[in-house]
Each structure stands twice: as C-alpha cells, then as structure tokens.
Design a protein around this ligand. Structure first.
Ligand code: SAH
Length: 266
C-alpha cells in the first residue's frame, strides 16, 4: 500500500455528506440511477413540496424524512433554517439527501444551499435531475426546439414581486425562440400583456401545463390574447409550466402521454 502523504488527514468517521439530488418533474421513472441509489442509502432525506409522492417511495424505510416545504407564500422552513439544518445533520455524520424537484441548479436555490455547506466545510455532491422545462415539455409533447419553429430556448422565472414580473421583455419576444416560464401561473395575465406590449403577436401560441409527467397532468393551449381566460376557466393549479412559441402548435399532433391511462396503471 502506498504510504500516506505527510499532510494527509483521513476523513473523520463523524463527517457526513450532503447529496443535492434532483428528483425530476414527478414521474419516478425520470429519476437518475444515482438518485435512486442515494435515496436507498440515505439516513436523512430533506425534501421540498415539489417532490412527488411516487418519488418518495424510493426513500429507504429507515431514513428520517424532513419536509422543508416552500410553497409560495408558505415557507415551512426559511432558507436559512434549511441551510442550518443541512449543516447540522452533516455534522452529526449523517448521509443526507437534499431532494429537490426537477434539477437543483435550475430555479432551485441549490447553489445557495451549497454555498452554505461550503462555508462550513461540509462535503457535498450534486446529482442533476430532469428539469421541468425538459420533462414537462416532453410529456406535453412540445419539442422546445424544432428546425421549422425555434432555434433557441430561454428559461425564465415568472415569479412576481409586488405584482410585476421584472423580466427583460425585449429578450422574450425574439423570433424563432421558445420561452419557458417557471412559477408564472399567478402572473400569467401580466406576462401575456407585457409580451404583446413588447411586440409579440396576439396569436402567438402558448401552453400551460399543470402537474407535468404525472397522472394529474393537464395541458391547456391557446394564444397570448385568450390564454389568461382559458387558464382561469380550466381552474389550473400550481405547479404549472408555461411554454410560449410556435413549437406549441406541435402539441396536438404529437401528444403521446395519456394521463388518465397512467392513472389506471397505478
Ligand atoms: N428546480 C425545478 C424548478 C423549481 S421552480 C426544476 O428544475 O424543474 C418551481 C416551478 O417549476 C413550478 O412553479 C413550475 O413552474 C415548475 N414545475 C416543476 N415541476 C413541474 C411539473 N411537474 N409540472 C409543471 N410545472 C412544474
């Protein structure tokens, strides 16, 4: 065996590790192999409300589960409390999985949590997940790019601060571009209004997808001008992903996921 280097410090048996794991959009089949293995090995799983119950079934029955919440306007644990919790669990020597919906690095505050761990010298790893833009668009049969319709795709958050979305509107009305809006349901009327005010055609296709990839998935399509009304009529509830652009036209032709059939399979 090679001799240990003089400055080598063996890892302390008491030092835990935090795995920041993406849970995907809901369908557990979209979990990575690494995510499943870690859920089976975890001693503690700290999860957000977006993580589906079907995904949680992969958590080891002996693992402690901690719900960290984070529904809009209803933060069960504040971000600083979550950060402190992760540090304290790791310091107890635990194998911790911090499980987040979709991908932890896309509108998931994963970076902030890792900064807190890094500042405290806690070891961590990141396991990417299928982000909503990709997973939800796939199950809604809306290709985000297509040679005939869109050569670029932009992801933005529609989370409103004081009733106005602070978005770079001119960058969202470019031609041949698909816009994916996370967290934009409440602000949808304002988003449609602003896009049209910045030059988007009132007839530009738009889709709002509720609960993408699981049995309760609903897809509502329309145009910028009529979408707020359609969404209100359909009674859609969070989480919803909004996709704007000509690619939405492909939904009717390509729709393959039959949520009701998925329900019967369960
Ligand atoms: N980190 C996550 C996003 C967190 S922000 C990811 O990479 O997917 C939360 C927003 O994601 C929701 O408000 C919604 O816009 C979107 N979202 C996540 N899962 C979704 C789902 N199954 N169906 C529709 N939208 C979803």
């Amino acid at each position: 065996m090679a001799p240990l280097k003089a400055d080598y410090t063996p890892p302390s048996p008491a030092s835990g590790r935090v795995y920041l794991v993406g849970a995907g959009p809901g369908d557990p089949e979209l979990l990575t192999l690494r995510a499943v293995r870690l859920l089976e090995q975890a001693q503690v799983v700290v999860y957000d409300h977006l993580v589906s119950s079907a995904v949680l079934e992969f958590v080891s029955p002996t693992a402690q589960r901690i719900f960290a919440g984070k529904r809009r306007n209803e933060h069960t644990l504040r971000q600083e409390q979550i950060n402190a919790l992760l540090v304290s669990l790791a310091r107890q020597g635990k194998l911790v999985v911090r499980l987040k919906g979709g991908d932890p690095f896309i509108f998931g505050r994963g970076g902030e949590e890792l900064q807190a761990l890094a500042a405290q010298g806690i070891a961590f790893e990141v396991v990417p997940g299928v982000t909503a833009a990709s997973g939800v668009a796939s199950y809604a049969a809306i290709p985000l790019t297509h040679r005939d319709y869109a050569q670029s795709c932009i992801f933005v958050t529609g989370h409103l601060k004081d009733g106005t979305a602070d978005l770079d509107w001119p960058s969202l009305v470019r031609r041949h571009q698909t816009v994916v809006i996370y967290m934009g349901l409440g602000g949808l009327p304002e988003i449609c209004r602003q896009l049209m005010a910045h030059g988007a055609a009132p007839g530009l296709p738009i889709a709002v997808v509720q609960d993408g990839s699981i049995a309760s998935q609903k897809v509502v399509t329309g145009t910028l001008i009529d979408m707020p009304q359609r969404v209100a009529q359909a009674g859609l509830k969070s989480p919803c992903l909004t996709i704007i652009g000509d690619v939405v036209r492909l939904h009717d032709e390509l729709a393959w996921f039959k949520p009701q059939a998925a329900l019967k399979e369960i």
